[in-house]
Design a protein around this ligand. Sequence first.
Ligand code: SF4
Ligand code: SF4
Length: 377
Amino acid sequence: MTVNPQESAMSRREFLGRVSGTAGAGLLLARQGAAAPAQLEKRNEQSGMIYAPFGRTNLNVSRLTFGCIQLTDDKLPALEMAVERGVNLVHVSRSYVNGQAIVSLGKFFKKPGNRDKVWLMLKGVPQNIDDQLKTLNTDHVDIICAPLNAPDQIRKGTRENAAFEALQKAGKARFLNLTTHASVQDSMEAALDQGDYSSLLAALDPTTVGAMKPTLQRAAKMNVGVMAMKSQRNSKSATPDQLAAALLGAGVTTILKTLNTARDVEAWIAAVNKASRTASALLEAPSVASAAGVCTLCGLCEGCPNGVAVQSIVRDYTYYYEQQGLAAVASERYAELGAGETAAACGNCGRCEKACPMGVPVRRILREAHARLGALA
Ligand code: SF4
Ligand code: SF4
């Protein structure tokens, strides 16, 4: 079911007008390196939340984004509370919770007025998006996230860019985002070189964001918004205040967080507000140094002669399984690897571990990941 255009703050006709006009012309605008149009789009702004323009999208987004990676019906109260408090951006993927997340988000959107309070980011660039739109109870996605981690490929442009353009022409998507959680800095630089992306979504945390500052500054100069994900990856004991200060202080526009409870919502809203108010002082703050043994997602361990997806396995096992305790998510992701990409193909040559500048015990992680995630898959 699609939304009733009469209920919508922006009708389909207005949407298509925007696509052929200024704000919707995402790719054209991005390629031209144009500045954001003066008129910001605003939505669901509440006094207790801080907002910032999300790069070339021209959307004035809350500096906290609701992440749906664990969204099920019992967590909808947290979403409702976050939106009531002024969050106006949500991120979801068809794969989250085996498809349940888009079903639950669709229930939220079905309530009159809810869809118009938030902008929707969807991970993946499908050829046909209609079934997902139907489940989500909407007729368009605001930001399509292309998940890409290969800098050379990103620089050349990919089939995802063409697929997005078709969706944009059909009025089903407005802006293109590059999402990356491997070879992060190189992938972000490649996306800026390529020029199609109005925003970037990257794995950034206090231990890596310092080294990323030149890239974040380049993004700001090019008016490309940056969203941080996996902010707690290397800092499990860090508080929301510390994480928000480090990320927003380094120039991140908005932080994507999984918010399951009222307590999560309260803590993170307070943290982004506090960090936003002191961000100018924090811009000059020294970055948190990366600790030995901590993966910075640099990608130097890639290129296994046997084809093992080393970086992905290290990232998913240490973040989802070890740190977040999300065994089901980690095993789902492990099961999605191609047959030759799992750690079963490792010949123990040591090349990946030797290449790692952080001294991550790569081979031990690969062995453990295969034993634990392979058994769960
Ligand atoms: S140790 Fe295993 S995973 Fe690492 S490069 Fe050698 S074969 Fe590949
Ligand atoms: S394991 Fe080491 S080489 Fe591989 S991505 Fe992480 S920090 Fe880089």
